[in-house]
Design a protein around this ligand. Structure first.
Ligand code: WTA
Length: 571
């Protein structure tokens, strides 16, 4: 096989002439897809759900197929319109207004989607939290956003320090809450009483709709703020890149606590009126293949870490299943290894299409389309309407084949509009009208982009972004830990794992029990995915004279690489 490029198969693709469209396309053309281009009334929830529910041809189409070990349910667009109206009425009853932040901390479930769209329908800003977050992670996000309401479950409530959060006025509990003290709003009781009709709050395209907290290399996680305008890009990229057509059954494996789970687990498919599969419960190759088979999934969006796990389970794991309906596969979150693409060709007879984007870009920006050749290892080409380039630290564009900052020309429709409450931080991402991604890359003569790595110290473990500072801060809260430096260490299946170097306080002696206790401490405080898989005790942690931990030096030591410039190292 020619591994230089993998050609396009015959097919009826939404974007069949990439180069021509790339030259001529203007985002304004997409407006026609939305009812606000005629009515002037904007709300992304209306466009994703109500618009289809009001269309006699689509109202009874299944919008959501939900499957978890103990539930299997389907909901039409009409069902989702009504249930989100009910929740919008509950929000109104309890005084939630446009611009308020309402967070959701619960596993994927039908109730999640009613709550999510209800929040958007009243013009409030939704803040989805990953269900695996522990107390510190939950606290940081609710504190910074000054959320006034939280929707959660009785099980997860234990991780919400609600008595200590001044702004958090109300908690909606989804599920039985017999043993809970305090006054909580009962989701099911309120929903039963609420009207199924609601007058959607019309907003401005530039009004806020979503806060996603994400990690950088310094400080606490930051609130990336997105606006209703983003729908233009969610809708159009879901057509071009996910190649969604009316009759597709689509499955995005990401949790809505992360941006992929909202932009492409919610908006992309539903803005296009497509049937969306949501699966709860744990990963196993068998239940994933079974999901693809049983729901006759046609388009699938997942991540390299998942493909690598499936790959290591071997092709015999696929054999019992009929995956003949599957026609298009896409990937995001970390570099897609060429060997995974080769495996995909064998296992599914399909190409796996890598897509590159970030929480901050809000939607896909550099991608492999069904209609272009894939060069394995490359993340593809910019989507039409997006200008991407490689620039140097002064903001000058570099020619092909030179590594530098991967940058996107501002603005684009789904671009973040703010970092919550931190205008100077927001400004710091831009240079000469370029948004600086924090990734390094180069592009070749044909305009394909090639990812090289992160320029900051952000760790990408199983496709999830972890800031080293958060982990270090948690580590040193443990009584035994004096100092900590945290790095990402390459790992064949997970991309990177978290490795922590620590020094111990006086009176503590290294032992397996102690190290395990420290790991459990991080796991219980932050989350499982932020827990160091490797922990190494050192006599000292290298720091600069100004006291900054030299993570780069730790990494060079770990990988046995040259240490580079260490002139700022403290004696
Ligand atoms: C990395 C996820 C290589 C990258 C949507 C980026 C990738 C960060 C790819 C954003 C890819 C994402 N190839 N690296 N196709 N996709 N990344 O904000 O470092 O969770 O900056 O958004 O993940 O992660 P985030």
């Amino acid at each position: 096989m020619n591994m230089e490029r993998i050609g396009v198969k015959e097919g009826n693709y939404h974007l069949s002439n990439y180069d021509k469209t790339y030259q001529q396309f203007d985002w304004d053309e997409v407006k026609q897809a939305f009812s606000w281009s005629r009515t002037g009334k904007v709300n992304i929830a209306y466009e994703a759900i109500d618009r289809h529910a009001e269309n006699p041809m689509k109202t009874d189409q299944v919008a959501l197929i939900y499957s978890s070990p103990d539930r299997e349910e389907t909901y039409t667009f009409s069902d989702l319109k009504q249930s989100s109206n009910q929740f919008a009425n509950v929000l109104k009853k309890y005084g939630i207004e446009k611009g308020d932040r309402v967070f959701i901390f619960m596993p994927r479930s039908p109730e999640f989607y009613s709550a999510f769209f209800g929040i958007l329908k009243v013009g409030a800003i939704a803040g989805p939290l990953f269900e695996a977050f522990m107390e510190q992670a939950v606290r940081d996000r609710l504190e910074d956003s000054e959320a006034s309401m939280l929707v959660t479950t009785p099980e997860l409530l234990e991780r919400v320090p609600h008595k200590e959060l001044a702004h958090l006025k109300q908690i909606v509990l989804v599920g039985e809450d017999d043993n809970k003290e305090g006054s909580f709003i009962d989701f099911h009781e309120e929903m039963n009483q609420a009207s199924k009709s609601f007058d959607v709050e019309w907003v401005d395209l530039e009004d806020g709709m979503l806060l996603h907290y994400t990690s950088g290399s310094t400080g606490k996680p930051k609130g990336v703020y997105h606006v209703h305008h983003a729908m233009i890009q969610h809708y159009q990229t879901a057509k071009w890149v996910l190649d969604l057509h009316e009759n597709d059954v689509y499955w995005c494996t990401a949790d809505p606590g992360w941006v992929t789970g909202t932009s492409y687990g919610i908006f992309g498919p539903w803005l296009n009126g497509v049937t969306n599969v949501v699966v709860g419960g744990r990963f196993s190759p068998e239940n994933w293949y079974k999901t693809l088979q049983d729901y006759e999934v046609t388009v699938w969006y997942s991540a390299p870490t998942a493909f690598r796990k499936l790959m290591s389970a071997g092709s015999q794991a696929i054999e019992p299943f009929d995956l003949s309906k599957l026609r298009h596969i896409t990937s995001v979150g970390e570099p897609l290894n060429p060997e995974v693409i080769v495996w995909g060709l064998e296992a599914f007879k399909l190409r796996i299409h890598d897509t590159w984007w970030m929480t901050e870009t809000g939607a896909q920006v550099i991608c492999n389309y069904p209609a272009i050749d894939i060069k394995p290892g490359s993340m593809g080409k910019p989507v039409p309407g997006v200008v991407a380039s490689i620039i140097d630290n002064e903001g000058n564009e570099l020619p092909p084949n030179q590594m530098g900052n991967l940058a996107i020309k501002a603005p684009w429709p789904s671009m973040m509009r703010a970092i919550w409450k931190r205008p100077e931080k927001y400004e710091s991402y831009f240079l000469n009208n370029w948004y600086i991604s924090g990734d390094s890359a180069y592009y070749d003569e044909e305009g394909y982009f090639w990812f090289q790595g992160r320029l900051d110290d952000v760790i990408n473990t199983s496709g999830e972004r972890v800031g080293p500072f958060e982990v270090e801060s948690k580590l040193i809260e443990h009584p035994a830990v004096a100092e900590a430096g945290v790095i990402g260490k390459p790992h064949p299946e997970r991309g990177e794992i978290i490795k922590a170097f620590i020094t111990l306080n006086e009176g503590y002696v290294q032992s397996d029990e102690l190290l395990d206790d420290i790991r459990q401490f991080v796991k219980k405080g932050l989350s499982a995915h932020a827990t160091p898989r490797e922990l190494e005790v050192k006599d000292s942690i290298p720091k600069t004279r100004s006291g900054k931990i030299m993570r780069r030096l730790l990494k060079s030591w770990e990988l046995g690489l040259p240490t580079g410039d260490v002139s700022t190292l403290e004696e």
